[in-house]
Design a protein around this ligand. Sequence first.
Ligand code: TYD
Length: 136
Amino acid sequence: MSVALARIIELPRLEDERGALSLIEAEAHVPFEIRRLYWLYGVPASASRGAHAHRELEQVVIALAGGLSIVLDDGSARRTFELSRPDRGLYVPPRLWRELYAFLPGTVCLVAASEVYREADYIRDYAAFTREVTAA
Ligand code: TYD
């Protein structure tokens, strides 16, 4: 999978004097059926997360509060994204290595995923990842 297929998705933002509301609705805003939500919080500025690829799972990552950086790697090219808006999601297709880092204090990062948690879908070793993607 090429990093070129990763993209920022603009989510609706409904705003008035009472504040703002954003949403993800089935079949409208993300290119897969959402089967799991999880969220990261309390991440120290010095920590990085991810450091794996998924064989099949797709996901959208949203900084609901704060901000973070994400680097995506397809084995030959890399792209870095900065997320800091609750009305923007990063679509991450399968078969990309990802690392999430530079979490600002108070960051809450929501991930909407196409699959339930299944360890067999993970590639957690970078050398194994490059072997799998170059063999495909
Ligand atoms: P890990 O994959 O290390 O998180 P990250 O990708 O953010 O670096 O997951 C941390 C722990 O949580 C690990 O023991 C696996 C477990 N986990 C679940 O049980 N279910 C889930 O949906 C997720 C995302 C992780």
